[in-house]
Design a protein around this ligand. Sequence first.
Ligand SMILES: [Fe+2]
Ligand SMILES: [Fe+2]
Length: 441
Amino acid sequence: MRLLDVSNNEIAQLAVDTLAENKQFVRAVTSYADDHEILASEDIYAQNGMKLIPHGTRISKKFYDRLVAHKLLKPIEQSLAISDALDARKLVELTHAEAHRVPSLAPMLENRELLDKMQGLLGDIQLPAPLALKLSVIRVDQPDFFQHCLITAMLSMVLAVRANLSRGEIRALALASIFHDLGETCIAPDILAPQHKITEAEYRHLYTHPITGYLMLHEFSEIPEETAIAVLQHHERLDGSGYPYRLPGEQISKISRFLAVAEFCSSLLQRYGADKRIQLKLWLNRSRYDKHAMEILFKLFADTDCPLPKLPEEAVLMSRLTRIGKIFEDWKVIRESFSAADVDAISYFIKRVNSLQMLLLEFGFDKARIDEILSLSSVGDPEISMETNILIEELARGFKDLYGEVQRKVAIYGSTLEPSVRARVHEWLMSACSLADDKVQ
Ligand SMILES: [Fe+2]
Ligand SMILES: [Fe+2]
């Protein structure tokens, strides 16, 4: 089955072009080669037929300029050989070791049972040599990224074992977890840094990474098709708010749904550490992710005595809470100014804002409660402070996700919307996105 028709699909074409260029990996591999022996396993050619590097040459940084000056005939990793590449056995060991840093996972790793089980299930997987080389380079070049893949893999394995997935499903899920963000290795790491303000063009690249990853994996016969599809779909969400194709729940594969839950939790752990926020955040996002997998994780964290998080100062929380009230008051005014045609044109956008507003209510933060907290300055209570902080973080993330959808132009503002109305909505959204960035006012 040909899942992607790149000839008639703008975003898939962008993925193909990104892959063909891939300066990021050429930079990473030539730097890595300065300290590790990497040889050209064959002559390396440019697409125009020019021989760039002869077979047997030891690669080093000095070849970077020559390699990026041309479009290569093949992805570079297919023409290189490395002697100490990672293999599946070593990956399982690294995954297991990494998980010891996650408090909620550590207790179940005390005896070797899980490690032995994982080695038995996964240790004999043959990784295609170009992918093994890629992982070896990424481990050194982007340690945080590599750590994210390992923790995602560990969480996936816990989910898989507890959900009694079949051996084939477990193997496909493990590979998908390790390689799920492979497409991101084509993106400059600065774009992914949390403090970087992403431009529209960069957004498009970022949202292409599941397709780029799929294309990178799809060509290897050793990689199960379920793995490649799970990578393609790992940012799809059950409520249809994901990307690249905004698939509804029933169209997302089971492996991908498990991967998405493990990946979500792994990102939370890396961003916030294993504190009390994890459970609440899992619960708040339950409608977007696989129910069964979420229940397993929720139980896992409920069984662990997580510490309270370190929170922003009370004045910052109060200021942000005030802003939440203002954001939704402003939205009410804008919403009331819409004509019937406007409502029609941006019905999806309205639905998404409504669901963020529902988050407030679900959390018990209706207008009266916000006013009460603000008037009594009761954010000083640690539990209320934590809830308030989570609410702020979740709303800020929700607004940013919505902004991302606008950037991807997925039926958000509609082509028939009046430019002045569009500008007003856009300005409101930009302001809402900065909810958690602002200084105390
Ligand atoms: Fe990820
Ligand atoms: Fe991703």
